[in-house]
Design a protein around this ligand. Structure first.
Ligand code: UDP
Ligand code: MG
Length: 309
């Protein structure tokens, strides 16, 4: 008989609180567990999600609330929940029931059969828009080409993890946490189950195009230094080409004498290499920014209150 924790970040999910708890409770009751708890992390919601969560905690103490002092983002909220969870296994899932709770029994079976991590893979993402699916596919391709730590495609944060995996995650000291990358980094024996992603229950997604772009940058700079190194090769190739061209001009001048034209090609070269340099400085800045954020050693999140009695 084992215990299970669910970690669920809530950000402006007022309309989903009751529906989430009503759906999840019978499923957890049926699982023949010694004990279960649901760690609801209120990630600084501006609506009445927190009040509803506190009411829920009043009705059923197995729903525990971690209230963050402001909105820290889903990655930090998940970390807060994972650190609070006590179960032998922990499942991370979204509050909008886009991660179908019906998969929980199957995840538990695989875990009891020996898997440390059970991933849920979206085989059908038609609930996401066309653009989101396309950019997601590009993201996985670029990330996995650049990084040694491969993120499994179409796998979200929804997963079951053994206590050993949670302990490993807790050891990772970084502040900038792209959880999907960190989950992949710690490794462990992994099993996958497939599901179709349903649309959001109520409310709107918090991840706009820009937020997703930032997350993608975060993950690539967090797990790969190839974007830094590539400029050495680009610079070297450019220098070689320039040297060859220089020799060519020299030889031509010796043979045919000098003439003055060439202003447009010069202008193009100046603009081109100027832009390449600015881009490479920008890339450096991306990493220096990350070093700066890590160096400050600020906590990942601040808890305002925990309702766990
Ligand atoms: N979320 C959060 N903090 C944020 C944004 C989102 O805790 O700053 C939570 C949100 O409440 C939900 C989960 O993260 O439980 C996934 O968010 P959403 O459904 O908006 O993302 P999507 O499913 O569209 O990727
Ligand atoms: Mg969602």
């Amino acid at each position: 008989m084992k215990s299970l924790s669910l970690v669920v970040p809530f950000y402006n999910e007022s309309r989903n609180v009751e529906r989430f708890s009503d759906t999840i409770t019978p499923i957890l009751e049926d699982l023949a567990l010694r004990e279960w708890e649901v760690i609801c992390v209120d990630d600084g919601s501006q609506d009445d999600s927190l009040a509803r969560l506190i009411a829920l905690h009043g009705r059923d103490g197995r729903f525990k609330i971690v209230e963050l002092s402001r909105n820290f983002g889903k990655e930090a909220a998940m970390t807060a929940g994972l650190l609070e969870a006590k179960g032998d296994a922990v499942i991370v899932m979204d509050a909008d029931l886009q991660d179908p709770p019906d998969l929980i029994p199957e995840m538990l079976t695989k875990w009891r059969d020996g898997a440390d991590v059970v991933l849920a893979r979206r085989v059908d993402r038609s609930s996401d828009g066309h653009a989101k699916r396309l950019t997601a596919a590009w993201f996985y391709r670029v990330h996995n080409a650049l990084s040694k730590v491969k993120i499994p495609e179409n796998v979200g944060d929804f997963r079951l993890m053994d206590r050993a995996v949670i302990n490993a995650l807790a050891q990772l000291p970084e502040r900038q946490r792209f959880m999907k990358g960190l989950f992949a980094w710690v490794g462990f024996q992994t099993e996958t189950i497939d599901y179709t992603r349903p649309p959001r229950l109520a409310g709107e997604t918090s991840f706009s195009g820009l937020a997703l772009w930032n997350l993608a940058l975060e993950s690539i700079t967090g797990f790969s230094t190839i974007p830094l190194r590539i400029w050495t090769y680009i610079g070297f190739s450019g220098a070689c080409l320039a040297a060859l061209y220089g020799i060519f001009i020299l030889v031509r001048t010796l043979i045919t004498g000098t003439n003055a034209p060439g202003y447009p090609s010069l202008f193009c070269a100046v603009i081109f290499f100027g832009s390449v340099q600015i881009m490479s400085i920008g890339m450096l800045g991306e990493y220096i920014g990350r070093i700066y954020m890590e160096a400050k050693q600020r906590p990942l999140f601040i808890k305002r209150r925990v309702y766990a009695e």
